[in-house]
Write a protein of this length. Sequence first.
Length: 326
Amino acid sequence: MWTRRAPLSLLALAVALAIAGCSVISVDLTPRIRPLQEQTVEGQGEAKILIMELGGVLSDEALPAVLSLGTRPERVPTLVRVREEIKKATEDKQVRAVVLRINSPGGTVTASDIIFHELDAFRRAAKVPIVAVMMDLAASGGYYVALAADTIVAHPTTVTGSIGTIMIGVNAQGLLDKLGLSPTTIKSAEHKDMGSPFRTLTPDERAIFQSVIDEMHRQFVAKVADRRRLPLEKAQALANGQVYTAPQALANGLIDRIGYMPDALEVARRAAGVREARVVVYHRPREYRATYYARAEASAGGLETTLAQFAALAGSGPRFFYLWWP
């Protein structure tokens, strides 16, 4: 039956196109990103504790889907989602505390700093306490954004630290030599193409990049010393790039306590001055957020994530990161 109807369908389509003449019939299949909706995941009462999530690489760009064969829902860049959630929370006077759930190796210097600034400004303006709870990983930029919180809680198995700055780039000169290719660059000054993936850095260029890294590192260390109330010398000693276990981070003053999500929620309730509160999350239609462990936007895993991150981080020239990059 289907084989008889198929030619008729094609004929009808051809007639429609003929009637349209020079007009173009287009169908918009672009995924639509809907506004955030609130969902209660547990608890009761008028007061609310908002769970905000920071997961994956922190960037102002959505990671591309490198190996996807099907369609994926469009992902919202981290900065966009953070700002959107903060605006929604600011408009709701029943939001009495925020629990920031972090599972991130860090990200770009600018994205990490903007997220810190947005959270810190919200905390000060709305007088809403923020409790950061670290999951598997809260390293480098992941730790940087945690510094915006009033209290930092780490799971017993959390890895954190990696305080420092790194520049990631690609040097394809060896590959080009093997292929017998050589780029041609016309520039206005000696250092105009510094960091080019087509050639090796000169000693002068390496020194210039190092000075940039040192300045960004200084800003990171100053944040640690200020927010954790540590002597600058101690913060500098801790900022050697190494990662710390939760007990090591606690002993060094990088976190406030070790615990689980219920412990972080209890800290948030006490900071907000309420005995009971509804734990809420913001989600988009069809996002699964039944518990406070559910991720905001499910991302790809395995090889696809690794390749997407490399393409996003290293594929657009040298960039500076607060990122643990083993």
